[in-house]
Design a protein around this ligand. Structure first.
Ligand code: ADP
Length: 777
């Protein structure tokens, strides 16, 4: 490649352009432009910015952009809500777009660097500069603009080319006039052009001024504005640049009158429109007003979709789109039934709680399908600032509405199904105002007049159906909980996963990859291999990802080797994905001393929690290492005291606390766990280690303990038993008071696992330790 040629990501600019050495900040929202910024940031931060000929075009083609622009350096960028970026760039050099490549993800360009052609006749150029200096002084005086900043820049200037660029950038000019200056590389020509431009501007300013003085005393302010505008229009018409602006104004006016805005909204729109008419075209202020008007005009103030409350239809859709989840579906049908008989009754907000990948989002989407409502989703994960929900005030530079209003615009209707995802993951520095805003959004008493800071108008959210999701309810505030009805969506058994994969994920993925089943045979054992050997999660998200990966590899195989048909079985999966990750005999294969399998529950579902204890000669130290939270440490200590108090009962030397050190270790797992339910596990491991009795490796347990050895109930039994089932455990010891929860445990799990209830530590030991335990009674 020619040394002077660069391959850079390109952003077509709308309504602005940038000169070399000028600093500019602007927002990018178009997907391709965001991708271009990210691409530049991953390389040398260089990007090519070039103006669009028509600012209204979303995706310009090569003909619709100018071919000379500026190679820029991205100094900074920040992420704004709604996938927008605010970028700060500095122009470096002119560049010519030799080739414009319309890539799928972003625009690229092959850019030729353009150097200025210096002045040959210095005297002539110097004369031009003097004339420009003079004209510019006059311009400043007439326009009343301040020149402090530009002055320092001008003093430091290092060449006449740059001098033109600095003044060109400063002048309030239309994009295409600026573009003309950008396109001139010959410095003498640029000086000449600049002089003409400034003189023109001076003429316009003079006429404006003379009109002003003449009529000042005669007409009222409103008339004056009108008159000035008319004059400006005539001037612009003469200069040949009025049509576009005028058309745009007419369009706004027409839209405001035609759209069926509520009365107060229309009044506000007209007020802003009048302000727009009195601001100069191309000014910063007019851009702000236009953006605001666009928001108002785009929002669905009173557009509604009609609800389909046919329960039969709902049931069919829910069953078609999701396997299992009977409780959830039933609850949703009830909810719809209530809505059907009482249209005004405002039902509670449903909150789907469960580990990731169990289908919370997708079932909410199905509900939208059943009802025939639009679906929008907003993730609250990491939201820290009230402004993200409620928007920034308009006075704030670059302000935009909050995400609720943004979602409403996306929906295009006033009654979408709005999914608020991950309400338990709202920013850690959860301030009062953030919680209040969310409450206001969800509260049917208040949300008919939801006020976004940017809009400064009430928006009616009362027709929206909100559904929320959370991984766990810990950390969700009480007032929020009070407004929601909780529906638990727990994990799946291996068999359920198999069905979901076969009947839902596979057809969906094949369709996404545009593959027909006649070319592609995905055998059942391929699915079982994926479920059993490559994933061990509560939901099916990793399963879906791995399946997609197998499909991609198979497509490559099909294309590369020109095959007609491809059959995927268990071995093909292993070939594509590499060595298997999990087997069902991951558990220790033998009974050991001091090693016990506990069961834990976190927001990510159930999991096993191995506890290891060793005993050494020493002087009674209790050492705790590995992944122990504060609660677990406390229950380890309580367990230790229990063992000390009851040593003899279990055939343990009662002086062990003077002569032995005990070390409890909980190996690090991927997800931190804490809670009191590891109590029985730790006691069993300690007693096993101290008494030398082995623990049955096919037994797992869960339960909190008291100092007197009672076993107290725990939470998450269903999740824990699913985890035990996944690990091939045969017996699970649970607290007696959790017996009633066995009802919620899937039948299949109950048929494979024997559940033993324990009231006291002895009951646990009897079933976990191999051999008789001594009974001191
Ligand atoms: P969550 O919101 O709970 O994290 P998702 O809704 O994103 O989970 O689900 C992940 C994927 O698994 C989606 O493609 C979803 O359609 C699929 N899925 C989950 N559960 C089921 C189910 N019971 N039947 C069919 N597909 C399911």
């Amino acid at each position: 490649m020619d040394n002077n040629l660069l391959k850079l990501p390109v952003i077509p600019l709308r309504g602005v352009n940038i000169f070399p050495h000028m600093v500019l900040h602007f927002d990018v929202g178009r997907e391709k432009s965001v991708a271009a910024v990210e691409e530049a940031m991953s390389k040398d931060q260089k990007i090519f910015l070039v103006a669009q000929k028509d600012a209204k075009i979303e995706e310009p083609s090569a003909e619709e952009i100018y071919n000379i622009g500026t190679i820029c350096y991205i100094k900074q960028f920040v992420k704004l809500p709604g996938d927008q970026l605010r970028v700060l760039v500095e122009g470096e050099q002119r560049g010519k777009l030799n080739e414009f490549i319309e890539g799928e993800a972003m625009f690229y360009g092959e850019i030729k660097v353009l150097e200025d052609i210096p002045c040959e006749d210095e005297n002539v150029c110097e004369a031009y500069k003097k004339s420009i200096d003079k004209a510019f002084d006059e311009y400043l005086e007439l326009s009343g603009e301040s020149l402090n900043e530009i002055f320092t820049e001008l003093e430091e200037e290092d060449g006449l080319g740059r001098y033109c660029d600095i003044i060109g950038a400063f002048l309030m000019l239309k994009t295409d006039t600026k573009q003309e200056l950008i396109e001139i590389v010959d410095v003498k020509e640029r000086l000449e052009k600049l002089l003409v431009i400034i003189k023109n501007e001076i003429e316009v300013l003079k006429i404006e001024k003379s009109i002003g003085t003449k009529i000042k005393s005669k007409i009222s302010r409103v008339q004056k504005e009108f008159y000035l505008r008319e004059q400006l229009r005539v001037i612009q018409e003469e200069l040949g640049d009025d049509d576009e602006e005028n058309n745009e104004m007419k369009q706004y006016e027409e839209k405001i009158h035609k759209s069926k805005l509520p009365k107060d909204v229309k009044e506000k729109a007209l007020y802003e429109f009048n302000r727009l008419k009195s601001t100069g075209p191309g000014s910063q202020e007019s851009a702000v007003i236009k953006t605001y008007l666009d928001w108002i005009l785009d929002l669905p103030w009173n557009k509604l979709t009609k609800d389909n409350l046919d329960l039969k239809n709902a049931r069919t859709i829910l069953d078609k789109e999701h396997y299992g989840l009977e409780d959830v579906k039933e609850r949703i049908i009830e909810y719809l039934a209530v809505r059907k008989i009482s249209k005004t009754l405002k039902g509670p907000i449903l909150c789907l709680v469960g580990p990731p990948g169990v289908g919370k989002t997708s079932i909410a989407k199905s509900v939208a399908n059943c009802l025939g409502r639009k679906f929008v989703r907003m993730s609250l994960g990491g939201v820290k600032d009230e402004a993200e929900i409620r928007g920034h005030r308009k006075t704030y530079v670059g302000a935009i509405p909050g995400r609720i209003i943004y979602g409403m615009k996306q929906a295009g209707y006033k009654n979408p199904l709005f999914l608020l995802d991950e309400i338990d993951k709202m920013g850690a520095d959860f301030k009062g105002s953030l919680a209040d805003s969310l409450l206001e959004v969800l509260d049917s008493e208040q949300n008919s007049t939801f006020r976004d800071h940017y809009l400064e108008l009430d928006f009616d959210l009362s027709k929206v159906m909100f559904i929320t999701t959370a991984n766990s309810l810990e950390g969700v505030s009480r007032p929020l909980l009070d407004r929601m009805e909780i529906i638990e969506v727990s994990g799946y058994t291996t068999e359920e996963k198999f069905h979901i994969a076969k009947e839902h994920l596979l057809p969906k993925l094949l369709k996404e990859h545009n593959i027909t089943a006649d070319k592609f045979i995905f055998q059942d054992n391929a699915i079982s291999t994926l479920v059993e050997n490559y994933t061990r999660e509560t939901g099916v998200r990793t399963l879906e990802r791995k399946m997609a990966s197998v499909i991609r590899k198979a497509i490559t195989d099909l294309v590369e080797n020109e095959k007609e048909l491809i059959t995927i079985n268990g071995n093909t999966v292993k070939k594509y994905l590499g060595p298997i990750i999990y087997t069902y005999d991951d558990l220790d294969k033998e009974d050991k001393v001091g090693v016990v399998t506990g069961l834990a529950w976190t927001g990510y579902g159930g999991d096993t929690l191995p506890v290891e204890v060793t005993v050494m000669d020493g002087d009674g130290k209790l050492q705790l290492t590995g992944q122990l939270g504060d609660v677990m440490k406390e229950s380890a200590k309580a367990g230790y005291s229990y063992v000390r108090a009851n040593a003899e009962k279990y055939g343990i030397n009662k002086d062990f606390h003077k002569k032995k050190d005990i070390h409890i270790h909980i190996p690090e797992g991927a997800i931190p766990k804490d809670g009191p339910s590891a109590g029985v596990t730790m006691i069993t491991a300690m007693i096993s280690a101290l008494s030398g009795k082995k623990v049955n490796h096919k037994v797992a347990m869960t339960g909190e303990i008291t100092l007197t050895g009672r076993v107290l109930p725990i939470g998450g039994l269903k999740e824990k038993s699913l985890a035990a089932y996944r690990m091939g455990i045969k017996t699970v010891i649970i607290p007696k008071d959790n017996k009633k929860d066995l009802e919620k445990v899937p039948k299949l799990v109950k048929s494979k696992i024997k559940f033993i209830v324990a009231d006291k530590v002895e009951d646990v030991l009897q079933n976990a330790l191999i051999g008789e335990i001594e009974d001191g009674n």
